[in-house]
Ligand binder design. Structure first.
Ligand SMILES: NC(=O)c1ccc[n+]([C@@H]2O[C@H](COP(=O)([O-])OP(=O)(O)OC[C@H]3O[C@@H](n4cnc5c(N)ncnc54)[C@H](OP(=O)(O)O)[C@@H]3O)[C@@H](O)[C@H]2O)c1
Length: 337
């Protein structure tokens, strides 16, 4: 009989944690036992997994005994403290937060792109920022074919990227606004209903936000590249899926046909690109799906060796939960790595 694994989810009651539970079930992950961990607030809550009721427990230092994989999505400070504890107890900690991503001795992994880098792990593996994961999926085959020199990125990011309270704020504040009532934003710096906000996370000294700098640094770490990248990250009043407008300048020239061909054969990427029929990916089309969708592929008429495209994916799936589960699956399939 093939081996089964003891899995713990830290932050099991959050939007990413809940999606991890769905994905483990949908992909028939070989589970021996599932431990669901969160704060005191959710202790005792019951969540269904494979038609069985699993009680949520409070995260504690001894939560990781006999755990094989611990999937973290409860915020950076929780990962900072508990991922090393999980690793010390013998688990592989797969972390969705930003805490370990840029540390030299921590692999930052999107399995289809740089699964080979997992072999350097010391018990903790980082999952990239949601907007980075979908971006590198589309960039990897283009970089391999023509070497990317520069990227200009604008994102249109859904509120679920900011967690369960942000989803509720969009829902409730939209309702209040339609009734003519004002409400003070809590999860965002400005009101989110019917708005577009060019700030995600705090600003840093160079005028970019932390979210923008995460995309820039994490993309080069995953692609093992030194691409010149500029990015503007924008929050939009959409529940699920991040969209990205990306201008890609390459060393070698690529025809749009070649770009479509290489993207179409890359695992986990689907090209949806027939503008005459208004065929292109949107946030709502991709929500609940696993693939990264690419459309609006065209030559940039202002510059040599450059293409524009539109990249869309479900931020809770490829941007977080799915990628984390795929890392565990990759390790099971490649035990020596
Ligand atoms: N949302 C995304 O698209 C996305 C993508 C990539 C990475 N991430 C990262 O994943 C993490 C979680 O994001 P999310 O969107 O799922 O947030 P969320 O919906 O707000 O959920 C947060 C989770 O963390 C738990 N938690 C909070 N404080 C805790 C504590 N002291 N001890 C134990 N558990 C605690 C919460 O449990 P309670 O229910 O008990 O409060 C909840 O399960 C963040 O670091 C985020 O940056 C998110």
């Amino acid at each position: 009989m093939s081996k089964k694994y003891n899995v713990a989810i830290v932050g099991a009651t959050g939007v990413v944690g809940k999606e991890i539970i769905n994905i483990l079930e949908q992909r028939n992950f070989p589970i021996q036992s599932l431990t669901l961990l969160a704060s005191k607030r959710s202790a005792g809550q019951v969540i269904s997994f494979n038609e069985k009721a699993v009680k949520v427990k409070v995260l504690e230092e001894n939560s990781f005994k006999d755990i094989d994989f611990a999937l973290f999505s409860a915020g950076s400070s929780i990962s900072e403290k508990f991922a090393p504890i999980a690793a010390k107890s013998g688990a592989i900690a797969i972390d969705n937060t930003s805490f370990f991503r840029m540390q030299d001795d921590i692999p930052l992994i999107v399995p289809e792109v740089n699964g080979h880098a997992i072999k350097n792990h010391k018990g903790i593996i980082a999952n990239p920022n949601c907007s980075t994961a979908q971006l590198v999926m589309a960039l990897k085959p283009i970089h391999d074919a023509a070497t990317i020199k520069r990227l200009v990125i604008s994102t249109y990011q859904s509120v679920s990227g900011a967690g369960k309270d942000a989803i509720l704020e969009l829902e409730n504040h939209s309702r209040y606004l339609l009734k003519g009532e004002d409400s003070e934003p809590k999860e965002f710096v400005k009101p989110i209903p019917f708005n577009v906000i060019p700030q995600i996370d705090n600003f840093v000294d160079n005028g970019y936000t932390k979210e923008e700098m995460k995309m820039i640094n994490e993309t080069n770490k995953i692609l093992e590249s030194e691409i010149n990248i500029t990015a503007t990250a924008v929050r939009v009043p959409v529940f699920i899926s991040h969209c990205e407008s990306v201008n890609i300048q390459t060393e070698k020239e690529l025809s749009t046909k070649k770009v479509r061909d290489i993207l179409s054969t890359f695992p986990g990427v689907t090209v949806l690109d027939d503008p005459q029929k208004s065929t292109f990916p949107t946030a709502r089309d991709s929500s609940g799906k696993d693939d990264v969708y690419v459309g609006r592929i065209r030559k940039d008429i202002s510059q040599k060796n450059s293409i524009d495209c539109w990249i869309v994916a479900d931020n809770l799936r490829k941007g977080a939960a799915l990628n984390a589960v795929q890392i565990a699956e990759y390790m099971i399939a490649n035990p020596s790595k």
